[in-house]
Design a protein around this ligand. Structure first.
Ligand code: AMP
Length: 287
């Protein structure tokens, strides 16, 4: 694509020129291996601003030891073809040394909300996310940045860091984009074997079952315990299946119309870690 940029200097020059001409800018950061979920973010970005910037950067600092950094898919040609169809204005492809020059020593840590769920299983993951997102936002300085609710905890972390570090950008979120069978789209789904791919939608099905049971006033702990067992029987190794308040990620033991809660799941099928989440409504007679 002729509008690829790999350096911070040329990125800044292009965006400054756009802004001087009165254009607004929306930014969609990704790690590539693009699917329709990513493209839904790009489509959303186009509704928000005059110019759309997408970045692809497989960020090493958000992968823990023994995780899939080397194996992470990098189909750059296919990604470029998909983005060309969306007619984006700029593809930012920073190199590792542009982002993390030798002797790089800065760290960012958001406490509290990163101690639970994915943060508990992947201890330095959100530090890496916070660092790369802060750097990307300060490099692009967009009016809007768009993130998927698929990574709901990540979205909260980013909203908090943007607020607390006074980064002048509006964070916009997009709904989870799913396969027709309900499986949340993810770049990691391509790791699944044929058999695992058949099993994978059971995660979302189990989550929607819980949603229905809670609407019928079933006890939260009973519903979760039964669901964890069912997932295990289907071949999942459940990392967590929890209901938490959306604002603080504290455990929710009762649903209330006053305070939105969400069901969060992470489970392995073989080596592949799937995550998903689902908004929960309180039953009408319980608030
Ligand atoms: P990633 O490339 O996995 O880092 O994701 C880049 C962005 O796309 C993040 O904001 C994700 O939350 C978002 N995203 C990934 N999968 C989906 C999906 N299935 N639906 C909506 N957004 C998604």
């Amino acid at each position: 694509m002729k509008n690829d940029i790999t350096t911070i200097a040329s990125l800044r020059k292009t965006i400054q020129d756009w802004k001087k001409q009165g254009n607004s800018v929306a930014f969609v950061p990704t790690m590539g291996a693009l699917h329709d979920g990513h493209l839904s973010l790009v489509k959303h970005a186009k509704t928000l601003a005059d110019k759309v910037v997408v970045s692809i950067f497989v960020n090493p600092t958000q992968f823990g030891e023994g995780e899939d950094l080397e194996a992470y898919p990098r189909p750059l040609m296919e990604d470029k073809a998909k983005l060309a169809l969306e007619k984006i204005d700029l593809l930012y492809l920073p190199t590792i040394t542009e982002m993390y020059p030798p002797e790089f020593a800065t760290k960012i840590h958001i406490s509290g909300i990163t101690d639970v769920l994915c943060g508990a299983s992947r201890p330095s993951h959100f530090d890496g996310v916070a660092l790369v997102v802060t750097k990307l936002l300060l490099q692009v300085l967009p009016d809007y940045a768009i993130f998927g609710q698929k990574d709901f905890q990540q979205l909260l972390v980013i909203q908090k860091l943007v607020k607390e570090l006074n980064i002048p950008v509006k964070i916009s979120s997009a709904a989870i984009y799913r396969e027709p069978d309900g499986l949340a789209m993810s770049s990691r789904n391509r790791y699944l074997s044929k058999e695992q791919r058949k099993t994978a939608p059971k995660l979302y099905q189990t989550m929607t079952d819980i949603q229905v049971q809670l609407l019928e006033n079933r006890n939260i702990e009973t519903a979760l315990t039964t669901a964890r067992q069912a997932l295990k029987q289907s071949g999942f190794d459940v990392d967590y299946l929890d209901i938490r308040f959306e604002d603080s990620l504290e455990p929710a033991t009762i649903l209330s119309t006053e305070r939105p809660a969400r069901l969060f799941a992470a489970a392995f099928l073989g080596q592949t870690r799937l995550i998903d989440n689902l908004s929960l409504e309180a039953p009408n007679d319980q608030n």
